[in-house]
Design a protein around this ligand. Sequence first.
Ligand code: ADP
Ligand code: MG
Length: 143
Amino acid sequence: GETFKVLIKDEKEMIKFGSKVGSCLEKGDVLLLEGKLGSGKTTFVRGIIKDAFSPSFTLLNKYNFKDTQIYHFDFYRLEKPDYDLFIELEEVEDAVVIVEWPKFDIPIFEKSTILKFIIFEDHREVIICGEKAREFYQSYSKK
Ligand code: ADP
Ligand code: MG
């Protein structure tokens, strides 16, 4: 599919990018956030949900969002697949699922938008592909 790239100069701009993506989100959307530690994944989520915090210890944080919920996962510390959790994930309907470090392949990931966060010396780049890549890209480029 198509791939898009955005340049993000600082933290404030990453939050703005997150909020633009947030305005596109609907029930059933799945976002996979890839990229090294400190690349801006959680900062991006803070643009979608103002008070979001890293789920790297809790594994999952749930938030109310518009008329639905957001399930925000971080699999970084999950060393082996947790099938009970994955079954629970498969049963998530009518919500938005966001996963940092999507290192296990789960069926619901098949229909997702992938955002890859890359660190450069003086900025970040985010490569977007999959389901809603064009929509996310356009919502941000419009400003
Ligand atoms: P991750 O969830 O990918 O581990 P975080 O979002 O928790 O990363 O941390 C990113 C860190 O990088 C924050 O401390 C943030 O202030 C800093 N930072 C510097 N420049 C940027 C940028 N352009 N976009 C996002 N974060 C940035
Ligand atoms: Mg994080």
